[in-house]
Design a protein around this ligand. Sequence first.
Ligand code: ADP
Length: 392
Amino acid sequence: MTRAVLTLNAGSSSLKVSLFPEVGEVPLASGLADKIGPEGVLTLKDAEGQPVAASGDLSTHAGAMAAVIDGFRAHWPELDLVAIGHRVVHGGADRDAPAPVTEALLAELEALSPFAPLHQPHNLAGIRAAMAAFPGVPQVACFDTAFHRNQPFVNDTFALPREMYAEGVRRYGFHGLSYEYIANELARTAPQLSIGRVVVAHLGNGASMCGIVNGRSVSSTMGFSALDGLPMGTRCGQVDPGVLLYLMDQKGMTAAEITDLLYRKSGLLGLSGLSNDMRTLETAGTPEAMQAIDYFTFRCQREVGAMAAALGGIDALVFCGGIGENSRLIRARICERLGWMGIEVDHAKNAANDRVISTHLARTTAMVIPTNEELVIARAARAAVGLQEAAE
Ligand code: ADP
């Protein structure tokens, strides 16, 4: 019998899956169903990176999920799923921890769809599909907003009329599962730093920063939506709301057109006119690609400064996400004008992608910690069925 926990992350046209053993940090298998629709592609790999054969109807999420499960069952005939954990982008104003999936919870989360229309409906469809495929297996929803929910009011609100705050127009912050993982890793491996003031830069296709004091989120760059803060692959990051008024009033753009502009055509892609992919920009060498990188690193520097101010200082800066974990150029560029806050990169360590990339004389420790959102979800799913202690 292979007892295991499944983690699911259902996006608009993708389904990320990992199958974790009852105990341990290394998944038995993970994979991605991408471009779900007529051109769907499914890749599953085991812990050694060897392909796990899987195929099926990839035209819908439910079909993709069935194909994944069939692939797992063919590979592990004795598979016994004990719990399923789901990534859910929005948990609303009150949820600060994972929650067991019930019909009441689903109704509550559906009511939040207007707050995250591009993600929440797909996350919930993923849960429904898993409930249909595995009736009786406990399911747990893990929220990207939960880690930030106890921030001070000044970081939680906008200066809009109060009734809007009550209605839920707040700064939720996202990437919370990633920040939770980093906070736990710091507590495990660098307890002295973990009780201090830490700025975590999650720099991937989506990018944000979080200020953490003693393991708790104090401030984040993402706000009401996952558009705010840092520029991203295709998302704009912070933009003057007056620009949106101009686009509506003067250019007659619809909400759908503005959504497309801000979510899919802006950020690194919009500025470079070339690509949303940092690797492509680093090698392109065009003036526009270099300006896009300049803007990205400048805004990161600015936000590290803003975070440090919000935290009353900084003891560590941690990089994670695809860019943060891999791009020595971007890390060095972000750190290079932060010497005034005690950040000093050791270029050999940075080039080697070491865990600590600052010099040993630096007042502020700069680190690279690969994030692992799936493991956070798996731990929550294990905890839901009483396996957490065994796993830790
Ligand atoms: P997502 O937010 O979609 O999970 P990732 O965290 O995988 O995205 O990050 C994707 C980004 O990481 C892309 O911009 C990619 O170019 C960048 N990236 C990955 N590896 C490198 C590398 N070696 N150098 C520079 N950028 C990298």
